[in-house]
Design a protein around this ligand. Structure first.
Ligand code: ACM
Ligand code: ZN
Length: 588
């Protein structure tokens, strides 16, 4: 049936020929703003709603039913309303540009999923994408939206009950601005730094002028001001920024950022609007009326909610769909991580036991586009994961059932492809790495490992027992992989007694985008006393160390020997550059 799943469906008897049936809209003032009822009887369809949004969502559901049942819909009554008022999807158009038609096409799909916020990431270090009359150099020589393009997108969004929230990044991620207007950066720091100088009044003149044009163009209550990942060391070194800190009585650079955000907030409030920022805006003191978008996990969101601020949950682990959605070896190169449909679906932005959950306005998925160059690829990353986001944003937490959702997602993907969307092939999903599904029995299981080189935080896996725990790493680098930085990986397994050995294996991965490379070779050695080792064999690496696509390989030796100690050496490249990642040494 529908995505997102409605609150309740009661099936009746008989069928309705929906294409010829009379449609009646009844005013139901008792219903909340976006809620609706949809009563389908033979010959008659009755929509109940208190306003335009509810009626719109009733028609969205009806349209889906018409398509699904090819016009002949079983009698039914749907009662429905959203769990959260903010149901968002974000697209980064700075790293790669997607023109207005591509954006409008995605808005149509978003609306059909009852998503009601589009967070348009218009500016970032790679390029500024919004025409600004006062500062034409911002968009000189790059693809961008004219104000008329934006108006066209906004008109469509309005008809689809989608609010477009523009993002103007500050005070970091602004290399593109500083390249055009170098007077806005600190007079220190590297040529490449992307931080505005908060000590300079010119910065505020610039940002306020830009924001006034943005507020004139976009009707949204909220304007997103970024706030993430500024390199605050630049401000520490800048005489102007230091002078600002002195005159404002600030002791930390995070307070300087907070000073900047609070000043911008006052300006945005004076335009009759409010700000949203990434969760870094909590550092150094949160601006008075700001809403917080929690992306570095949920902590920022929880903290802001506990302070009574509005929160949008978008933790990377569940909501960042620039990561792989299936086995990375078969997918187009992605930014990193593994986020399958099931994991997006599993997320609950406001569980019952969360303090301050009433301040959670909703949830959002983010698509950053460093690795997403063309519209087909954009859609491939979006669908079906946006389906899952739409459902966790709209449908009640009770009654969640992934298998049921999965079946609906397959049907909906079929429709989306007919409408010309390029979607991920969910039907042939490989799923999580098979090796992770249980604990592997082998002769080294539970045996102590003596490290010849140290593993490096944060990639410690489960510490010293990790390479002989029978547990393999997932497609992501986060779980069960142990990392060795800029050194060989040397580990000796103590089997406790002389043991007949037929096979030794060592499982490595390569994630070039995260500077993780296959070892150039893996050497296997044996010893009876732990001091004098005999070489058994070496397997040379066959992967291209520059290939950006993740790879997984079990280096191995097969033969016959008897030993108490087995030493495995993964040799790092000649430059001694990057990480070696291993999850298990298997001895049989
Ligand atoms: C972010 O992903 N830097 C908000
Ligand atoms: Zn400065």
């Amino acid at each position: 049936m529908l995505i997102p799943r409605p609150v309740s469906v009661e099936w009746g008897r008989g069928f309705c020929n929906a294409r010829s049936a009379e449609i009646v809209v009844e005013d139901c003032p008792q219903l909340p703003d976006e809620a609706y009822s949809l009563c389908i009887k033979p010959h008659r369809i009755v929509i109940g709603a208190s306003g335009q949004a509810g009626e719109f969502y009733a028609r969205v559901s009806l349209e889906q039913l018409v398509r699904q049942f090819d016009g002949r819909i079983p009698s039914l009554i749907i009662r429905d309303e959203p769990r959260f008022p903010y149901r968002g999807a974000h697209i980064d158009v700075s790293r790669h540009f997607f023109d207005k038609e591509v954006i409008k096409k995605q808005l149509r799909m978003f609306a059909s999923l009852k998503i009601n916020r589009f967070h348009w990431h218009l500016t970032d270090g790679v390029a500024w994408r919004l025409e600004v009359d006062a500062y034409p150099e911002l968009t000189e020589g790059v693809d961008h939206y004219s104000k008329d393009d934006v108006r066209e997108v906004l008109a469509l969004a309005d008809s689809l009950h989608i609010t477009v929230i523009p993002e103007i990044e500050m005070f970091g991620h602004s290399e593109e601005v500083l390249a055009a207007y170098p007077e806005l950066k600190c007079p220190v720091g590297s040529r490449h730094s992307g931080e505005y100088c908060i000590g300079s009044e010119k910065t505020f003149e610039f940002l306020e002028t830009v924001l006034s044009e943005v507020a004139e163009l976009f009707p949204s209550e909220y304007i997103h001001i970024g706030g993430d990942e500024a390199d605050m060391t630049v401000w520490q070194a800048c005489p102007r920024c230091r002078e600002r800190m002195r005159s404002e009585g600030l002791s930390e650079v995070s307070q300087l950022q907070s000073y900047g955000i609070q000043r911008i907030e006052k300006y945005v409030n004076s335009l009759g609007r409010k700000i949203i920022g990434w969760d870094e805006i909590l550092e150094g003191g949160l601006a008075e009326n700001a809403a917080v978008m929690s992306w570095r996990g949920e902590e920022g969101g929880k903290k802001a909610a506990s302070m009574g601020h509005g929160v949008i949950m978008t933790p990377g682990e569940y909501c960042y769909i620039d990561s792989y959605q299936d086995a990375p070896y078969k997918e187009p190169v992605a930014f990193g991580g593994y986020l399958p449909l099931s994991k997006v679906y599993s997320y609950d932005p406001a569980p019952d036991d969360m303090p301050g959950r009433e301040f959670v306005m909703g949830v959002q998925t983010n698509l950053w586009t460093e690795q997403v160059p063309v519209p087909e690829h954009l859609e491939y990353m979006l669908y079906p994961r946006v389906f899952a986001l739409a459902e966790i944003a709209w449908s009640p937490a009770e009654g969640k059932d992934y298998e049921h959702f999965h079946a609906r997602a397959l049907a909906r993907l079929h429709q989306a492809r007919k409408d010309g969307y390029n979607c991920f092939d969910l039907e042939n999903e490989v799923g999580e790495r098979a090796e992770t599904s249980g604990k592997l029995e082998h002769k080294a299981l539970g045996c102590p490992v003596i490290y010849g080189t140290p593993y490096t935080a944060p990639y410690v896996a489960d510490g010293d027992g990790s390479l002989t725990d029978g547990v393999f790493g997932s497609w992501t680098l986060k779980r069960d992989w142990q990392g060795f930085l800029n050194v060989d990986m040397v580990a000796t397994v103590d089997l406790g007694q002389m043991t007949d050995i037929r096979e030794i294996k060592a499982d490595f991965t390569q994630w070039r985008t995260a500077w993780v490379c296959m070892p150039v070779e893996v050497c296997f050695e044996a010893s009876s006393d732990g001091t004098s080792f005999t070489p058994l064999g070496t397997e040379l690496n066959e992967y291209d160390l520059e290939d950006l696509r993740p790879a997984y390989h079990m280096f191995s030796w097969n033969g016959e020997t008897s030993a108490r100690y087995v030493r495995v050496t993964g040799r790092i490249n000649e430059r001694k550059w990057g990480w070696l990642f291993i999850d298990e040494i298997v001895i049989n």
